[in-house]
Design a protein around this ligand. Structure first.
Ligand code: ADP
Ligand code: MG
Length: 370
């Protein structure tokens, strides 16, 4: 069986140890310090949270994923669902139903998953003050047990039209819940910074920051080599380093490429550069349609900027060297093109420069001679 995992939370043997980060997160939890975890997509934020909870003994986790949350109603439902799933005591469920009785809730067991689910009269939309009621329920849970609450993809709360009000309400309750630790994870840097470091934001300075980046190659390389070895495939340190580079040093992408290389090889083989190309081609075949759809949506100038970024390893954008690579003379046109590409989430800002959100897309552009 292919030993590489991607596109999902990894734990136990699939979690490559990152002791420093893990210990920091555990320390925050134990000292009741709220924290916001920042890092690009697929760097391992969610996995780190679950791993920290696994290591901490006696804590209960309330995990609330806010990916693509759009309305207050949606936000409340996700919070309630998480509470219902985490607390099966009948007495608490009764309390929950009575606290939210104005929403006409009904509790049932999902016949397929066996999970308790709560549904509400769909004609009654949840209002901002429902958030306060839900947070009071969380406080009650926290009074009984050591509780951790993790809001994942927290920046998406900004999608909500009344996001300022939602944030203010969340903050007003959370700040008094000193015995509950809150983790806020997010992958859109400027939005997370807006929430936690802008003096105008209700969450300003309300949580410590923890940066989740690439995995230290001194542990990641042996971890990956061991996985290859488990299927009698040999790979040199140098080749593993090349794999990590090709995947932009993003843990999820590294594992995806390794999974493809695994599929392109058999037991007893030594992995060569040719196998890396074969693995990469598998990814291209899988993603080609999406790449082509992206190309339809961008202009010629945007494409030139994208290709220049793919070919350069983070030279300062708007430097003369970069402009030369794009072949566009006007810095303001380049700036406008980059801004649009960020908006389309094809690239993101990174340490004063820009990077492709999907490193394989960059390789595909180069491969195809763009
Ligand atoms: N500690 C780790 N060890 C090995 N692979 C990891 C680790 N953390 C993340 N990954 C890889 O990244 C993928 C995405 O992890 P995830 O925790 O969902 O990231 P994020 O929440 O930052 O998007 C995983 O499926 C796995 O392939
Ligand atoms: Mg995540």
């Amino acid at each position: 069986m292919n030993p590489f995992r991607y596109g999902q939370v990894v734990s136990h043997r699939d979690f490559c140890s990152r002791p420093l980060l893990l210990q920091q997160l555990i320390n925050f939890a134990e000292s009741g310090q709220n924290v916001f975890l920042q890092g690009e997509r697929r760097t391992g934020k969610t996995s780190l949270i679950f791993e920290a909870v696994r290591k901490l003994s006696g804590y209960k986790l309330l995990y609330i994923d806010l990916l693509e949350v759009k309305t207050i109603d949606d936000l409340c439902r996700r919070m309630i669902t998480s509470i219902v799933r985490s607390e099966r005591r009948i007495s608490f469920q009764k309390k929950l139903l009575s606290a939210l009785s104005h929403l006409r809730p009904s509790l049932s067991i999902d016949p397929i998953t066996g999970f308790p689910t709560v549904s509400f009269d769909s004609r009654i939309g949840m209002k901002p003050d429902t958030i306060e009621g839900i947070l009071d329920l969380i406080a009650e849970l926290g009074a009984k047990k050591k509780l951790l609450v993790a809001f994942d993809e927290f920046q998406d709360v900004l999608n909500i039209r009344e996001s300022s009000l939602a944030l203010a309400l969340l903050r007003s309750r959370i700040q008094f819940q000193s015995n509950i630790t809150y983790f806020f994870a997010g992958s859109v840097r400027n939005k997370m910074n807006g929430i936690f470091t802008d003096p105008e934001s209700p969450f300003f300075k309300s949580a410590a920051s923890l940066e989740v980046g690439s995995i230290d190659s001194r542990t990641f390389m042996p971890f990956l080599r061991k996985k290859f070895a488990s299927g009698k495939r040999r790979i040199s340190t140098e080749t593993v380093a090349a794999v990590i580079r090709m995947a932009g040093n993003i843990p999820g992408d590294v594992q995806e490429l390794c999974a493809c290389i695994w599929d392109a090889t058999s037991a007893g083989e030594s992995i060569t550069k040719e196998h890396l190309a074969a693995g990469l081609n598998m990814i291209f075949a899988r993603e080609r349609k999406a790449y082509e759809a992206t190309l339809i949506n961008i202009t010629g100038q945007q494409l030139r900027c994208l290709v220049a970024l793919a070919k350069t390893d983070s030279i300062k954008t708007l430097s003369s060297e970069f402009l030369e690579k794009t072949g566009i003379h006007s810095p303001s046109s380049v700036q406008a093109a980059l801004k649009r590409l960020v908006k389309l989430k094809i690239i993101y800002r990174h340490q004063g420069s820009y990077k492709l959100a999907n490193p394989f897309f960059g390789s595909w552009l180069i491969w195809n001679g763009y």
